[in-house]
Every structure is written in C-alpha cells, then in structure tokens.
Ligand binder design. Sequence first.
Ligand code: URA
Length: 246
Amino acid sequence: MDRQDRLKALGLWPVWRLRGAAMAEPEAAPPEDPPSAVREPTASPPAPATPPSPVSGLDLDALGAAVESCGRCPLARTRTRGVPGVGDPKAEWLFIGEAPGADEDRLGEPFVGQAGKLLDAMMAGIGLQRGRNVYIANILKSRPPGNRDPKPEEVAACLPYLERQIDLIRPKLIVVLGRIAAQTLLVSDTPIGKLRGHVHQYRGVPMVVTYHPAYLLRNPADKAKAWEDLVLARQTMAGLKSGAAS
Ligand code: URA
C-alpha cells in the first residue's frame, strides 16, 4: 500500500490534496508513514467544506442568469422559465410576492397576470409605477405546480437569491405581499391580520405587510385594509426620506 492508498483509506487523501492546492505557500507534504495517532484517528475528521453560496459575488444580471439555469430544487423540472425579478436596480421600493403563477412562468416576469394588474393599480395609488424606482420579486423564482404553497425546502433553496437581490438593490422600504411571503420572511406563524399595521425589519430594511393582490381579487372587501397598508408604506417612506435629509 503506497502513501496515497493509506491516506485514501483514512479518508484524508483528497482533503490533503485540496487544502494543499488552495494554500499560497505549499504545505509540508504529509509524512510518508503517518504516525499511529493519524493512522487511527482519535481527533474529529476534517470538517466538510461549506458549499459556496449560489449567489455570492453575483450582480443582478448574473443573478438573473443564475435563476434561469438554476436546478437547486425540483421546481426546475416543472417550470417553464425562472422568474428572477424586474425593475429599477436602484429602486427605493421593493415589492415581494410569493411565487410566479402561470402567466409569470410563461413570460419570465413577476406579477404580469390578473394579480399583477391589481398590483400595478395598488402601486399607482401611492404614486408608483412598475420599473420606476420600484423592483418586484418573489420568494420563489420558479412556479410551484398548480400554484400550491411553497415547500420549506424550496424556500431554503431559493431564498439566497432574494437575499442577494435585497443586498444589491438596498431598497429603503420593502412591501411584502400576502400571508405566505410575510410569514416566510418574518419566520412567524402570526396571522397576516396581526402582521399588517406595523413596520417590521428584514435584513435591516423596514418592511410593511399587506394582502396579496390575488387574495384581494377574491376578497375585495379587504381592499380598504390594503389601502391602509399602502398609506402606512407611503408614510414610512416619507419619514425615512425626511430622516435621511435632516
Ligand atoms: N403571485 C405572486 O406571488 N407572484 C407573482 O409573480 C404572481 C402572482
């Protein structure tokens, strides 16, 4: 048995090789005949390398391309297109929904169906327009079949994309749309009726919760509450800007 075979048998060979290759200064070669303490290790085995984040170092364009080719969860097999997000890369406003629906899956842009039309109208109510100082994204970048709720493992696989978007855009305010998106970001099971009406924080950014436009299409009586939320969002933004100016 040569040195490489012995190291392989101990589960050390590729690790030695990778660590040595990564070092600027060449590491001392492992001894030809490892001491018995190494041959029969009592110490913990070397920690596995942390898998690199799928998004570290990506700008928004590269992130969009990464979403298009992403295979981090099984939704990649059923989606038509990845839906990274759309809008002004320097937007002060970030709207976050849950996941693409059928129209978004076909076109690759968030909120382009009926719910999107209502979202456009909600934004117009507070003087906003898609693409102008506004960015729109979802928690999941791929459509769950039949528009079912996102699964925790899908959220875990996809959330790094949204986190990177937030870190790159640095919006002044987030408006989160709907119970599932709000509860996911706030890691809470508090009902949306209790989450709305407050200014939360997400990744250091103030965040206001409101109803999902698709819910409002089915429950138009709650549009009045959504309007209150938008007014809160507008007031919060005004406060942030006047605070920043003073
Ligand atoms: N619903 C969402 O949450 N996001 C979309 O992009 C469309 C519908």
